[in-house]
Design a protein around this ligand. Structure first.
Ligand code: ADP
Ligand code: ADP
Length: 231
């Protein structure tokens, strides 16, 4: 496993003819290896911007991001070994679910065909996609797409896992199962994880610690017990 550290991380969006937006205004965080941090806060407080900077999908205005003690801010996304399941992380329409999953794996290493197939089956089983491996993304419900997206992030065996509302499109029963599965996977494989959620139950049951963001800063940081029991 590998820890994740954010030092004075900042993001200002500037666009011509519009006032600049200080979306993230100095975040310090230290996640130990295998820790799962729940990231909460109102819409627009800077959660997605923070995840996108860690993933390398958004440039950093200031500060540093360290994975396993090494700065990654200069590295392109593909070289960060960070698994991402975001709402808008589109699946490739012409590819089947199995091919979508295999793609992420092949892009990273020259894996043998048999290894890729085995890995795809294994991860599909873990997130309940076995019956859908031959389906095209267009035929899937949004909850099913969400599980493919989660599987695609996991299959790369990343050091760090970033999940943005990963269960939001699932119905109550699926959410229960997937949440339990996610917890097991995370414990088994030891990913250092940040999970953005609005769901208090999700945060309580999954997170080792919770960070509450507001206006681009972390306002509260503690165990679920500390956060939800504080007045
Ligand atoms: P959250 O994920 O908590 O809803 P975001 O990180 O999406 O918050 O947004 C934080 C702030 O940055 C908001 O004020 C939002 O309007 C602004 N913002 C997000 N993305 C962009 C962008 N690409 N260009 C300009 N402003 C942005
Ligand atoms: P390329 O170098 O062609 O961009 P990538 O391997 O970076 O190839 O990305 C291929 C696709 O895999 C992306 O379009 C995206 O959908 C998905 N992807 C990229 N990075 C990640 C990641 N860290 N976690 C999960 N999926 C990813």
């Amino acid at each position: 496993g590998t820890g994740l550290e954010l030092r004075e991380l900042r993001k200002t969006y500037r666009s011509r003819g519009r006032p600049s937006v200080d979306a993230v205004r100095g975040i310090d965080l230290n996640l130990r290896s295998g820790e799962l941090l729940g990231l909460l806060g109102p819409s627009g407080c800077g959660k997605s911007t923070t995840l996108r900077m860690i993933a390398g999908l958004e440039s950093v205005t200031g500060g540093d991001i360290l994975v396993g003690g090494a700065s990654v801010v200069e590295r392109p996304a593909q070289q960060r070994n960070i698994g991402v399941a975001f709402e808008n992380y589109a699946l490739y329409p012409p590819l089947s679910v199995a091919e979508n999953l295999a793609f992420g794996l092949k892009a990273r290493r020259k894996a043998a065909r048999g290894d890729v197939d085995r890995k795809v089956k294994e991860i599909a089983e873990r997130v309940g996609l076995t019956d859908l491996l031959d389906a095209r993304p267009a035929a899937l419900s949004s909850g099913q797409k969400q599980r493919v997206s989660l599987a695609r992030a996991l299959i790369r065996e990343p050091d760090v896992l970033l999940l943005d509302e990963p269960l939001s499109h699932l119905d109550a029963a699926q959410r229960d199962t997937t949440r339990r599965e996610l917890k097991r996977i995370q414990k088994d494989l030891g990913h250092t994880t940040i999970l953005v959620t609005h769901d208090q139950e999700e945060a309580l049951s999954l997170a080792d610690r919770i960070a509450v963001m507001k206006d681009g800063v972390i306002q509260q940081l503690g165990t679920p017990y500390e956060i939800y029991d504080s007045p």
